[in-house]
Write a protein that binds this ligand. Structure first.
Ligand code: GLN
Length: 258
């Protein structure tokens, strides 16, 4: 215990040397907090493993969701901060108030609506099936009895588990890891959203996406149940962004072949 306190004190002393900000290190509230107080923060929880909606480019998180959230923050006069986390941590982060919004190509589902509210839809997706070029799997029904890779807690995971049982599902933290497993013949197929599927198939030789999608879905922004004030503001901002063409412009920048 004592050791921990010492460690914290040392870290604080170091950060005090490195930066003038003392926040979080037990300093009394600085007057500056008020005078230089910047805009209220809009904290976006996401999982930046989902191109073209969110992914890393150099050391930045970019993509459709990052730009849509930035456009919303601009409209609301808020400062956007993006927190990258596991996909299944996003809803808990929003529920606990650690994040103000969850923007992650997130599909609106009845089950999620029990825990969070969703904004109006801003984009659409499909769950599609990726297989190796020489796979005997040609239709969704062919997945029966096969090993299907999914990203943990995504709708792909939920649907495959519902339809074929837990024993059919191999769960991965990243879609890209499921793709690697498919390339190594550890699994027979991957079920994932259509846009990341396009990226993964184009980046890896020997894979194809089946023409018949598994399910069609709507993407929306998740908010805490009690944060209806922000929900209203976000819906108004989204309506403006739809009307003035900004939303289409952002989406078309990342999704070229529609
Ligand atoms: N649309 C899927 C879902 O909401 C996947 C989202 C993601 O992997 N970021 O579950």
């Amino acid at each position: 215990m004592k050791k921990n306190i010492l460690k914290i004190a040392a870290v604080c002393a170091m950060s005090a040397l490195m930066m003038s900000a003392l926040a979080g290190c037990g300093a009394t509230k600085d007057k500056n907090d008020e005078t230089t107080a910047s805009a209220e923060k809009l904290i976006m929880a996401t999982n930046a493993e989902f191109p073209p909606y969110e992914y890393h480019e150099n050391d930045k998180i970019v993509g459709i969701d990052a730009e849509v959230a930035q456009a919303i923050a601009d409209k609301l006069g808020m400062e956007l901060e993006i927190e990258d986390m596991a996909f299944d941590s996003i809803i808990p982060a929003v529920q606990s108030g650690k994040a103000s919004i969850g923007v992650a190509g997130m599909t609106v589902t009845e089950d999620r609506l029990v825990n969070v509210n969703f904004s109006d839809t801003y984009s659409h997706g499909k769950q599609v099936i990726i297989v190796k070029d020489d796979s005997p799997i040609a239709l969704p029904d062919d997945l029966k009895g096969k090993k299907v890779g999914v990203q943990t807690s995504t709708t792909g995971d939920i649907y495959i588990t519902d339809d074929y049982g837990d024993e059919s599902v191999e769960r991965y933290q990243k879609g890209a890891d499921a793709i690697q497993a498919l390339l190594q013949d550890k699994i027979d197929a991957v079920v994932i959203d259509s846009e990341p599927a396009k990226v993964f198939v184009s980046e890896n030789e020997g894979l194809k996406t089946l023409d018949t999608p598994y399910v069609e879905e709507d993407y929306a922004i998740a908010l805490a149940k009690d944060n209806t004030e922000l929900l209203d503001k976000i819906n108004s901002a989204l309506a403006e962004l739809k009307q003035d063409g900004t939303l289409d412009k952002i989406i078309n920048k990342y999704i070229t072949s529609k």
